[in-house]
Design a protein around this ligand. Structure first.
Ligand code: GLA
Length: 373
């Protein structure tokens, strides 16, 4: 072979290699990678369910085997007024899950947010009494969980019932009904769909005082013979919180009380955050200061995010016998709620797929963790 031919052959081989690499990368699917470990999924929104965001939908189908309704099953959208239910968006969610053969999570039967004010009022517009609210709660759970019986596989029955110190949050549910509102909600959910898994879901359970509160709450339900299958750690993480060790001990503590653990709303906030709660009115200057990656995430920050995801996923993989499911809170960076909270209009990068739907370095880092065992 003369020199020219050799160069052509080598060049062709190189092109084939690159093409194969690119193809292989495109072909990597999280649900395949983690199939022996845990379910892996995402929250889906109305834009996706109504078929408008086809890019995100194709990622969901390729990558995930479980979906959670981001908003469709919260009280406000599904039961906006007394005796008025709007099931259309939630029906789309269930159709989507069925069609794609996915484990479906209903989020959420009871929460203090995204619940209309009328729920807690009587006919005179005053605070409802315990009996009225219990009846309302019962009917809501019967109607919603009952409608999707044997279709939705698991329910976040109660969301965020605890304060940071581990005591029960003084929500309207708590104030009007008393602390047994939690037990009642689980009983009603079990009655509406005996086969569905039932979860308690909250954030910051990685912090000891709140985690202790959740352990007390779950043990109490267990001692009353009430069905509770799992605890959801929301997983709205920061670059420096929680530590891998904190996540590990949290998972192990819940495992020790015989309960499944899931990460239910995973994302990692890369924007400056800590000082924000002290900012009451933000000026343009402050906006700039808190929105450093308006023009894209620099490579060094991509790398740090990838390392952070890797550290946390290593813990999840090491605890694969306890961790039942890992769900991201959104598909691509574009639609993440962290672009709007706590300051609207910033550019955040908390997920594994970028705004064009391409896998980020964090995606590769997560995939690599599957090989550590
Ligand atoms: C909480 C809720 C979610 C969602 C996020 C923000 O974590 O559980 O339903 O509202 O806040 O998007």
């Amino acid at each position: 072979m003369n020199k020219k031919k050799r160069i052509i052959v080598l060049f062709t081989a190189l092109i084939c290699f690159i093409a194969a690499e690119l193809y292989a990368q495109k072909d990597i699917s999280l649900k395949e990678v983690f199939k022996d470990y845990f379910l892996i999924g995402t929250a889906v929104n109305h834009f996706q369910l109504s078929g408008n965001d086809t890019l995100a939908v194709s990622i969901v189908k390729d990558q995930f085997n479980t979906v959670t309704a981001e908003n469709e099953l919260k009280w406000e959208p599904v039961h906006p007024r007394l005796n008025v239910y709007n099931f259309e968006p939630a029906d789309l969610f269930v159709e989507f899950g069925k069609k794609n053969n996915m484990f479906m999570v209903g989020h959420t039967l009871l929460w203090h947010n995204q619940t209309p004010a009328w729920v807690f009022k009587n006919d005179q517009g005053e605070s409802a009494d315990r009996e009225t609210l219990l009846k309302r709660m019962h009917e809501h759970i019967q109607k919603v969980a009952g409608r999707y019986k044997a279709q939705i596989n698991g329910w976040d029955v109660v969301n965020e019932a605890l304060d940071e110190d581990g005591t029960l949050r003084q929500s309207q549910w708590m104030k009007i009904i008393g602390e047994d509102y939690i037990a009642k909600a689980f009983q009603y959910a079990n009655e509406a769909d005996p086969e569905a898994e039932l979860y308690y879901n909250d954030f910051s359970l990685e912090n000891k005082p709140k985690r202790d509160g959740a352990v007390r709450l779950i043990k109490k339900l267990q001692s009353q013979g009430i069905k509770i299958d799992g605890v959801g750690l929301q997983g709205h993480y920061k670059m420096d919180w929680p530590s891998a060790a904190q996540l590990d001990s949290t998972i192990k503590e819940f495992a020790a009380i015989g309960i499944k653990v899931m990460i239910t709303e995973l994302d990692i906030d890369v924007l400056p955050y800590k000082d924000i709660s002290a900012e009451i009115t933000l000026t343009m200057d402050n906006q700039d200061k808190y929105d450093p990656y308006k023009n894209g995430l620099p490579d060094s920050a991509q790398k740090s995010l990838a390392e952070r995801y890797s550290d946390l996923f290593k813990v999840l993989v090491q605890n694969k016998n306890t961790v039942d499911r890992v769900t991201f809170w959104g598909v691509t960076d574009k639609e993440s709620w962290l672009n709007y909270w706590p300051i609207p209009g910033r550019k955040n990068y908390p997920l594994l797929f970028d705004r064009e739907g391409k896998p980020k370095q964090a995606f590769d880092a997560v995939v690599k963790t599957s090989k550590i065992n």
